[in-house]
Design a protein around this ligand. Structure first.
Ligand code: SF4
Length: 350
């Protein structure tokens, strides 16, 4: 059976073509695009005729996720949503309130097949990719529920965005459309575990998002122990792709470094990381240190509370730009995949 068109995954141009294909004027496509990007249901698109609304209802699919549950951190700064998709699968997104505004971290796949050893999202593998509508839907659902405008978006939730390349790139183009959500792409960060061909391709898309690369080690042998993707793309190739991304887009690359006790948190690791980035990236990088959020099943331990600041101080003393990510919402399972995982572990009884 042919799938019904998923209109929230259509660009504005595609929606105009769709409007014409069903005998409407092109501007109807613009109207529908603008309604959909606010999450307006067909029955509430009252500037459209009743006949058109009924036709859309019958012949298309509305893939807007619904909020299954949400948890608020004790400090009120973090809101974690578990969202249900139309096939019953679920994904997470996390809304965080900062001094500079509200950011939202969204998922790009149901599960993940990348196998990073410290991550809860990959424990049951990948189920499927998300459609552009389901990524936009997370922004719409969290924005409508919280009543807040999303100022910054991070593709760092469940899934590897570059393993769902075409849908993610289309999502970014729809997101950026001024008649839709209209979020500037300089306010978007895309996080990858290091899929080299995806980084190279993204560098040529003309989409000025911040590339955020999970590095986690300065040596290939240590990195391979933490992340299977390192077996395919060694650091030399990965950093050459990052340099290309900087050269093509002018956007400084951000390197994520999760500190894991006894694995990658020594003084030697900090010094080695500086040497590597200086040699391969010059001034074009930033390091974001993330103390591990412990996940029971991984066997890895969180570093001592002062370890991240100590590590950051060594980086800065060597002239490397570095920040420590403030741990937000640990009391609401805010690390990637933990809330969905706890739902799976409880046999769907939250
Ligand atoms: S850290 Fe990201 S890429 Fe790695 S397994 Fe988790 S979701 Fe996948």
């Amino acid at each position: 059976m042919m799938e019904k068109p998923d209109l929230l995954s259509f660009t504005r141009e595609q929606l105009r073509d769709y409007a014409v294909s069903i005998g409407e004027k092109p501007y109807r496509g613009d109207q529908i695009f603008s309604f959909l990007s606010r999450g307006v249901r067909y029955e509430d698109m009252t500037s459209l005729s009743l006949a058109l609304r009924e036709k859309l209802e019958a012949e298309t699919e509305f893939r807007l996720p619904t909020v299954l549950t949400k948890k608020r951190s004790r400090d009120g700064l973090t809101e974690k949503y578990l969202l249900s998709l139309i096939d019953g699968e679920c994904v997470e997104c996390v809304l965080m309130r900062h001094d500079y505004g509200t950011s939202l971290c969204i998922s790009s796949q149901v599960g993940c097949r990348m196998g990073c050893r410290f991550c809860a999202s990959t424990l049951a593998g990948k189920v499927r990719d998300l459609y552009p509508s389901e990524m936009l839907g997370q922004i719409i659902a969290a924005g409508n529920d919280s009543g807040e405008r999303i100022d910054k978006l991070v593709l760092m939730g469940i899934g590897e965005p570059l393993d769902n390349y075409d849908n993610v790139v289309k999502f970014l183009r729809i997101l950026n459309d001024k008649d839709g959500i209209g979020l500037g792409l300089r306010n978007v960060s895309l996080s990858t575990c290091g899929i080299v061909p995806g980084i190279e391709k993204l560098a040529g898309e003309g989409l000025p998002v911040t590339l955020s690369v999970s590095l986690h080690a300065y040596r290939d042998d240590v990195r391979r122990k933490i992340m299977p993707i390192a077996k395919k793309y060694p650091l030399d190739e990965l950093l050459a792709a990052c340099r290309l991304y900087f050269d093509r887009t002018g956007r400084r690359v951000s390197f994520e470094y999760t500190l894991i006790a006894g694995e990658n948190d020594s003084r030697e690791d900090a010094k080695g990381l500086c040497r590597l980035l200086r040699e391969k990236m010059g001034v074009a990088s930033h390091v974001n240190l993330i103390p591990l959020n412990r996940v029971e099943e991984t066997g890895f331990s969180a570093p001592a509370p002062e370890a991240a600041e100590r590590f950051a101080a060594i980086l800065r003393s060597e002239g490397q730009n570095a920040t420590v990510r403030r741990s937000m919402g640990a009391d609401v399972d805010a690390a990637c995949g933990q809330l969905r995982r706890s739902l799976q572990n409880k046999g769907k009884e939250l």
